[in-house]
Design a protein around this ligand. Structure first.
Ligand SMILES: C[S@@+](CC[C@H](N)C(=O)[O-])C[C@H]1O[C@@H](n2cnc3c(N)ncnc32)[C@H](O)[C@@H]1O
Length: 306
């Protein structure tokens, strides 16, 4: 699935298709009551067996370990935005790209019955999974809405805190996502996001792959551009903390996220350090980069001025 002339609509289509399949396959797996304890999910790629455990790897909140497998096994994030957000009782929280709802359920516990959590996702099968999880958990202060984060189905100035976990990198229009986030936040409201960003630009062969985009790699932008997009929308006090991936995660990502790139990317050893060599398909090296430094997940916070 490689194209040089991808449009925003191509990208959204590829992303929706990928996450729709993940949600549908997950439902089939759950219905078949297969032993999911051996099929752990890694960031953005849960349909493929992996030894990585997203909950143990990313979540600091002990409540995450209490959630049922229907929720935790569909966790596709790259961080713990609820802990980052330091939520308080009574707050209204919005989760951008809620997926199966894991962060909504964690946030719902923090804001309590006087608070409210809204989860928005553009993939109908994900919304279906999230609503079914909501019924199972009897989470009355949570609501899932089908919609795009570039055009939020949420009224102006109504949200105290926006969270998001490994989603904004998937958007073809990140500036619009931050403008919308700013619009729906109340004055003084907070943004607490876990996301994938890059240090510099990725090789074109990766950026041009729709499957790498849908797998949370190709859509990731330089951290400086990400910060600028937030500031352009009006956010202040922007703070970014990097968490670098370990080699095991990088190997998983290369293996799983973009199978169409396999013939063009290979890992080679440079003095004990695995770097990726990108070639033109005829074994002519075009670029070389260190994925452990070039792509990382980040904890990002910002505020709408009072
Ligand atoms: C990597 S998953 C993360 C899901 C969830 N945040 C989690 O941590 O498990 C990305 C989710 O974002 C949704 N998504 C991606 N782009 C979106 C967009 N432009 N608008 C709304 N939802 C989007 C996908 O449908 C998918 O459910």
């Amino acid at each position: 699935m490689t194209t040089k002339s991808k449009t925003p609509s191509d990208i959204r289509g590829a992303v929706r298709e990928r996450y729709g399949k993940i949600a549908e396959n997950f439902q089939v797996r759950m219905q078949a009551s297969c032993d999911c304890s051996t099929t752990q999910s890694s960031c953005c790629a849960p349909e493929i067996e992996s030894q990585l455990d997203t909950i143990t790897r990313f979540y600091e909140d002990p409540d995450a370990f209490e959630l049922p497998t229907e929720v935790t096994e569909l966790s596709l994030g790259c961080g713990d935005p609820v802990t980052l957000a330091s939520l308080k009782e009574g707050q209204t929280v919005l989760d951008l790209g809620a997926g199966g709802g894991i962060d909504c359920f964690l946030a719902a516990k923090k804001v309590g019955p006087t608070g409210k959590v809204i989860g928005v996702d553009m993939t109908p099968a994900m919304i279906e999974r999230a609503r079914s999880n909501q019924i199972k958990l009897e989470a009355r202060n949570v609501e899932f809405r089908l919609g795009e984060i570039e055009n939020l189905p949420v009224a102006d100035d109504t949200v105290d805190v926006i969270i998001s976990n490994c989603v904004i990198n998937l958007s073809p229009d990140k500036h619009q996502v931050f403008r919308e986030a700013y619009r729906v936040l109340r004055q003084g409201g907070k943004l607490a996001v876990s996301d994938i960003v890059t240090d510099g630009s990725l090789p074109d062969v990766i950026k041009n792959s729709l499957s790498a985009w849908a797998g949370c790699v190709a859509g990731a932008i330089d951290v400086k551009e990400y910060i600028a997009a937030m500031q352009d929308a009006g956010f202040i006090d922007v703070d970014v903390n990097a968490s670098y991936w370990d080699q095991e995660m990088i190997n998983e990502a290369i293996e799983q996220i973009a199978p169409d790139l396999k013939s063009q990317i290979k890992a080679v050893d440079r003095n004990g350090q695995a770097v990726l060599v990108v070639n033109n398909g005829a074994d002519h090296a075009l670029a070389e980069f260190d994925p452990q430094k070039a792509i990382f997940s980040a904890k990002i916070t910002a505020r709408k001025p009072k």
